[in-house]
Design a protein around this ligand. Structure first.
Ligand code: FES
Length: 322
């Protein structure tokens, strides 16, 4: 853990938003202010079990006396969700300062916010910010069950309640989200879209946007889990360290970061799923096979950087700027 960039906080409050989603309120140990953040920011949480996970901040960004995050209990948890739900009020934790890969665009005429389930967390902070700025926006919130919708009371009582359209899988067909119609509406012209939620939901929304002619620079997204990838056809390749010339073989069944670590070359990692960007390394030669959710399509097409925690190589060797 890089202690220079970590903050010690206490879990001041843990609250069940729904049977499966817990809200965590984090405060500094001495009551001092926490670093300010902007809508869309996330923090790394260092769990007692040693895992590090990223969670979006969902409280109003003007607040510095606390950070709020919400975590879904995940039956497929690799340890992060389970570890978070096991925390008890009063426990101390290390977290990173906020980082933001999902910022609001500035100076645009209208914002369309789309949340699927737990993807409401960064979207909620965005709604708070836009409402405070008096900006034009609408929020569409899709959940499975009306009765198990996180932050329902908070949103209903907020200053932006009238901007929110609710869409529940167990509701009337007429209230279901029609993404194609929404994104083709005249109001969508020149608007920016922000989507967060399960991968299938996000792909559905982004496909609807592209089909309606939205340009990539107006489609903003935040994934919170890496894509499920078939690794059955993975092969071995080599990476070369540009500064020393050392060549490190990467076996078919091992991430690049692990192969490098066995040779004493440490690359910092966090999510290990291609989501957070912590491990990004510049590629000087060769063509990476990108498996991340972090870069934009344009960034991936340049092939000059990759995420060695999960990505592979199309070429027999990659020369890395290490
Ligand atoms: Fe998060 Fe590689 S560790 S993208």
């Amino acid at each position: 853990m890089n202690t220079a960039n970590t903050l010690r906080v206490r879990l001041a409050r843990k609250h069940a938003e729904t049977p499966d989603i817990a809200l965590f309120e984090l405060r500094s140990l001495d009551g001092a202010s926490l670093p300010a953040f902007k809508a869309g920011a996330h923090i790394d949480v260092h769990l007692p079990c040693g895992l590090v996970r990223q969670y979006s901040l969902c409280n109003p960004p003007g607040e510095t006396q606390r950070y709020e995050i919400a975590v879904l209990r995940d039956a497929q948890s690799r340890g992060g969700s389970t570890g978070m739900h096991a925390l008890e009020e009063g426990e101390e934790l290390s977290i990173s300062a906020p980082r933001n890969h999902f910022p609001l665009a500035e100076g645009v005429p209208h914002h369309v916010l789309l949340a699927g389930g737990i993807g409401i967390t960064p979207i909620l902070a965005m709604a708070h910010t836009l409402a405070e700025q008096g900006a034009s926006f609408e929020l569409h919130y899709c959940t499975r069950l009306r009765a198990a919708t996180a932050f329902a009371e908070r949103i209903a009582a907020s200053a932006f309640a009238q901007r929110v359209a609710w869409h529940h899988d167990d509701g009337e067909p007429s209230q279901k989200l029609d993404a194609a119609a929404l994104l083709q509406s005249p109001r969508a012209r020149d608007a920016h879209l922000y989507v967060c939620g399960p991968g299938g939901f996000m792909d559905w929304v982004l496909t609807a946007g592209r089909s309606a002619g939205w340009s990539e620079d107006r489609l903003h997204r935040e994934y919170f889990a890496g894509a499920v990838i078939d690794t059955g056809g993975d092969g071995a390749f080599e990476v070369q360290i540009a500064s020393t010339g050392e060549v490190v073989p990467v076996p078919a069944d091992e991430p690049v970061t692990m192969a490098l670590a066995r040779h004493g070359i440490e690359v910092g990692t966090s999510c290990e799923q291609g989501v957070c960007g912590t491990c990004v390394v510049r590629v000087l030669e060769g063509t990476p096979e990108h498996r991340d959710m972090y870069f934009t399509d344009d960034e991936r097409a340049k092939n000059d950087q990759f995420t060695p925690c999960c990505s592979r190589s199309c070429s027999a060797r990659l020369v890395l700027d290490l």
